[in-house]
Write a protein that binds this ligand. Structure first.
Ligand code: ATP
Length: 234
C-alpha cells in the first residue's frame, strides 16, 4: 500500500472541471513530480490533496485511510503540508515567526524543528529576526518550505518552487529537496521546470488537460514521450 494515493480524483470549480479522474500513488520515502503545461490541472490536483479545493472522501487515501475533503487546517494535522505556489509568506512577520506558524500543524515529531530548518537553510538563521519581505526570492522560498516542514508532515507538497527564481537558485532549492528526502520526508511536487523535476524525482506523472498522459521513472522516459505527453504533439 502506498503512503498517499488518489483514486479517480476530480476537481471542479463550479461547473468547470479541471481534473478528470486521476490516479497517483506516492510510496513512503519517494519524491514524485507532476509535470505539465500551464492549466494542465497540477495546482488544482495539489490543492485538493492539501484540502484547499474539495474532493470526495475516498478520492484521497493516506496510509490507506480516506482523507479526501478534509479541510486544509485538518489535512496538515493528518500529515499533508503544502508549500503553496507563490510562497504566500506572512509579510508582517519575521522569518522565524513565519516558520513558527508552520508548527501549528504539528501533531507528531518527525524530526523537523527550528534547529533542523536552520541546518537545512543556514541563511535563515542569520535572517531570523528580519521581516520575511526583506529576503531574496530564493530565501523566501526557503522560508515557505521550512514553514511547511515545521508541521512535520508525512508528505510535503511543493507547488512550483522554482517559480521566478534564477537557474542557479533553482538548483539550490532542488538540492534542498534532495536533502529533505534524504532525511526521510516523502515529497510530491508540481513543477513546470522540466529539468528540475526530472532531476529531483524518482517518478514523474505528466498531466495534460486534467488527465495523466504519461508516468514513469525519469531515466525510462524519452524526450519524445515527454514532449508528446506535455503538449499533445506527435
Ligand atoms: P499553472 O501552472 O498555470 O498553475 P496548472 O497545471 O497548475 O497550471 P491549474 O492552475 O490547476 O493548472 O488550472 C487548471 C484549470 O483550472 C485551468 O483551466 C484554470 O483556468 C482552471 N482554474 C484554476 N483555478 C480556478 C479557479 N479558482 N476557478 C476557476 N477555474 C480555475
Amino acid at each position: 500500500m502506498a503512503l498517499l494515493e488518489t483514486h479517480e480524483i476530480e476537481v471542479f470549480y463550479g461547473d468547470f472541471q479541471a481534473v478528470f479522474g486521476i490516479d497517483v500513488s506516492v510510496e513512503e520515502g519517494e519524491t514524485v513530480a507532476i509535470i505539465g503545461a500551464n492549466g494542465a490541472g497540477k495546482s488544482s490536483f495539489l490543492n485538493a490533496l492539501a484540502g484547499i479545493t474539495p474532493s470526495k472522501p475516498d478520492a484521497i487515501t493516506l496510509d490507506g485511510k480516506p482523507v479526501g475533503g478534509t479541510p486544509a487546517y485538518e489535512m496538515v494535522k493528518k500529515g499533508i503540508a503544502l508549500v503553496p505556489e507563490g510562497r504566500k509568506l506572512y509579510p508582517s512577520l519575521t522569518v522565524e515567526e513565519n516558520l513558527l506558524i508552520g508548527a501549528d500543524g504539528k501533531t507528531v515529531d518527525r524530526g523537523w524543528n527550528l534547529d533542523e530548518i536552520y541546518r537545512l537553510f543556514p541563511i535563515l538563521k542569520e535572517r531570523a529576526k528580519q521581516m520575511s519581505t526583506t529576503l531574496s526570492g530564493g530565501q523566501q522560498q526557503q522560508v515557505s518550505i521550512g514553514r511547511a516542514l515545521m508541521a512535520n508532515p508525512k508528505v510535503l507538497l511543493c507547488d512550483e518552487i522554482s517559480l521566478g527564481l534564477a537557474p542557479t537558485i533553482v538548483k539550490d532549492v532542488y538540492a534542498a529537496v534532495k536533502e529533505i528526502q534524504a532525511r526521510g520526508t516523502t515529497v510530491l511536487l508540481v513543477e513546470q521546470d522540466l529539468s528540475a523535476a526530472l532531476g529531483a524525482a524518482d517518478r514523474v506523472y505528466c498531466f495534460m488537460e486534467g488527465r495523466v498522459t504519461l508516468t514513469g521513472r525519469p531515466d525510462e522516459l524519452t524526450k519524445d514521450q515527454i514532449q508528446h505527453a506535455y503538449f499533445g504533439m506527435s
